[in-house]
Design a protein around this ligand. Structure first.
Ligand code: UDP
Length: 381
């Protein structure tokens, strides 16, 4: 009855389902254990009509026209340039730490000297990862690196990951570099947008096809059984392909141990005022147990005399009750993941894709690009 079973209705699963259903004209069953589609992009309006991102702020940004055009089939967009302020020494300053930030936190003569040195060594509008700037031989740039490391990165990263920046893959802190320019936006990509009617609607449109059947509130293992080298669907051998976007360690019953994740407690508050803060997100690297506060009205402007804010409290992931948000990048964890990956190859009709199944920190656009690539591989198979 089905040619493909797709586990999970986030970007990875939904893009694959849409392509298979429309371009291959094959029948797809999506099995999703939550009571909604859209994965961690899921959003909804509360009674004050404010659109809330249930699993934390999702801001779409990309330079990839192919990805942008693909998603544009399912939504119109509102232009939205995300801005983030960080509170350091009681002052709200723009991050990524850029030349404007330098002038806000240092006296003018020092700021000027640092600016000149940066522009001497790096191209205008270039991005320098903090761990790279820390290796600088110049004493003023060393001073800048130590300042930014201490005020922006070390304590935030301790809260977010329970680790020091240098003990994890440099790509994580490189996501928020030192920016040698005056662009105060969080991202510099060409396309910076949010779906006009929200992400859930975008996913609904993507999955609205006669070849796609969706089962919510269903754990994969309730309907499928893994056999020695294949799968059963409701007790009969399943000869099609399984596209699995969930946690790979869970799929194989934690055979090689648990893969660690970071989780976050999302604490929403509704306030009786029009606005709470000056930017969509304000980071608190050095105070409180939460990392940042996001105010959704800045992302999707809404007329209301109330506002909704979200405080994010990172924590270790407990598989019995938490959402696995972030894979944790250490060599040890990667080795464990590789064991699962190698083991999974025994199942020739199993395809792993997604943040959880691939144990990778994909952004939304990278995830869509990856799913489109895997779809091409399926066609060529
Ligand atoms: N980061 C930090 N201080 C900040 C912002 C980010 O130390 O004020 C570091 C932290 O390790 C974080 C990483 O940079 O996990 C990536 O930040 P990003 O905002 O991209 O994280 P996401 O929005 O994906 O949670």
């Amino acid at each position: 009855m089905f040619d493909y079973i797709i586990v999970g209705a986030g970007y990875a699963g939904s893009v694959m389902a849409q392509k298979i259903a429309t371009e291959l004209n094959k029948k797809v069953l999506i099995v999703e254990k939550r009571n909604h589609i859209a994965g961690n992009c899921f959003d909804y309006k509360d009674e004050s009509n404010i659109l809330i991102h249930k699993y934390g702020p999702h801001l779409f940004h990309t330079n990839n026209k192919k990805v942008f055009d693909y998603l544009s089939q399912f939504t119109s967009w509102d232009i939205y340039n995300h801005k983030v302020l960080a509170v350091i020494d009681g002052k709200e300053v723009p991050i990524p730490f850029n030349i404007n930030t330098i002038y806000e936190v240092f006296p003018d003569t020092l700021a000027k000297k640092i600016e000149e040195k940066l522009l001497n060594q790096f191209d205008y509008n270039s991005k320098i990862p903090i761990l790279e700037l820390k290796n600088s031989k110049d004493e003023d740039l060393q001073f800048l690196a130590d300042f930014v490391y201490e005020k922006i990165f070390v304590h935030y990263t301790a809260k977010q990951w329970g680790m020091k920046p240098e003990d994890m893959d440099g790509a994580v802190t490189a996501r928020v570099p030192i920016f040698v320019g005056r662009d105060d936006r969080y991202f510099n990509d060409k396309y910076q947008v949010v779906p006009s009617n929200g992400y859930s609607k975008l996913f609904e449109n993507m999955l609205n096809h006669k070849n796609i059947k969706l089962m919510l509130n269903t754990d994969f293992k309730e309907v499928c059984k893994i056999t020695d080298d294949g799968f059963e669907l409701m007790g009969s051998e399943f000869k099609g392909k399984i596209i699995y976007t969930g946690q790979i360690d869970e799929l194989f019953d934690y055979k090689f141990g648990e893969l660690p994740y970071r989780s976050v407690d999302m604490q929403f508050e509704t306030l009786d005022k029009e606005y709470y803060q000056d930017a969509a997100t304000v980071n608190y690297p050095n105070q409180y147990n939460f990392t940042r506060i996001t105010e959704f009205k800045h992302i999707h402007p809404t007329k209301s005399n109330k506002t909704i804010i979200l405080k994010e409290y990172p924590k270790a992931y407990d598989k019995t009750k938490d959402t696995p948000y972030y894979p944790i990048f250490t060599d040890e964890n990667q080795e464990k993941y590789n064991k699962y990956l190698e083991y999974s190859k025994k199942w020739k009709n199993l395809i792993l894709v997604g943040r959880l199944a691939e144990y990778k920190y994909y952004d939304m656009d990278d995830m869509v690009e990856r799913a489109l690539e895997i779809f091409k591989e399926i066609i060529n198979d």
